[in-house]
Design a protein around this ligand. Structure first.
Ligand code: DX5
Ligand code: ZN
Length: 221
């Protein structure tokens, strides 16, 4: 059974001077999850924000907060993000020496646990860790910046991963896609098996309401 489509605006493309307004825009237009990009300037060539800002966003909304940790030492900071009010936490497999330990840590804090893979990281990493995950984030751009172009190899990787999950009794594990998604390609990524759809510039670039409606209506569920 295909999973329900969930749209997760990436706050990286929001107006940071009016964060509360951007959060409200997401709420008013039926966003399912808020995606928060945590970058450390080591794992990715950019720095964003940390647990303090996640905590501030927590006070603004009841929407689930999804912390995408693009940081080299996730184990050290997971408790801070959990305490700040994250609901979903994903860590990059490229950073982890002890991935199962990291995922258990997230789960022991009663959070929804995910792993993230860069576009060129072998899918086998996901296969090995899938049974310990609630969701798997397949990047469709190299992480670090919003507004990059979708890398088409995502489609075949996503189909392969969905097939693996479904064949191995792991149908409940959801696939998240992140990078370069808009109304133009959302149908294709959903059909390939991704149902948690992150979008930054595709939503905040132009009219948010029109963009999110166009994305939803492009997907046949
Ligand atoms: C990229 C981030 C994404 C980014 C997506 O490193 O993980 O969440 O904000 O932005 P768009 O949708 O503009 O590619
Ligand atoms: Zn992200």
């Amino acid at each position: 059974m295909p999973h329900r489509l969930k749209i997760a605006p990436s706050m990286l493309s929001a107006d940071f001077a009016r964060l509360a307004d951007s959060v409200k825009l997401c709420e008013d237009n039926g966003a399912d999850i808020l995606h928060l990009d945590i970058m450390d300037g080591h794992f990715v060539p950019n720095i964003t924000f940390g647990a303090l800002v996640v905590g501030a966003i927590r006070t603004l909304t009841e929407l689930p907060l999804d912390c995408h940790l693009m940081i080299t030492d996730p184990d050290k900071y997971i408790p801070d993000f959990a305490e700040a009010g994250a609901d979903l936490i994903s860590v990059h497999v490229e950073t982890g020496f002890h991935l199962h330990r990291t995922l258990s840590q997230i789960k022991s804090l009663n959070k929804i646990a995910g792993i993230a893979l860069n576009p060129a990281t072998p899918l086998e990493y996901a296969f090995e860790a899938a049974e310990y995950c609630d969701f798997i984030l397949l990047m469709s751009v190299n992480p670090g910046f919003g507004g990059q172009r979708f890398i088409p190899t995502f489609i075949r990787r996503c189909e392969k991963l969905r097939e693996y999950l479904d064949k191995n009794g792991l149908n409940h594990v959801e696939i998240q896609v992140d990078g370069g998604i808009s109304a133009k390609n959302i149908a294709e990524v959903y059909a390939a098996g991704a149902n948690i759809i992150v979008a930054g510039s595709g939503l905040f670039g132009g009219d948010f309401k029109q963009n999110i409606e166009a994305m939803r209506s492009a997907v046949k569920q």
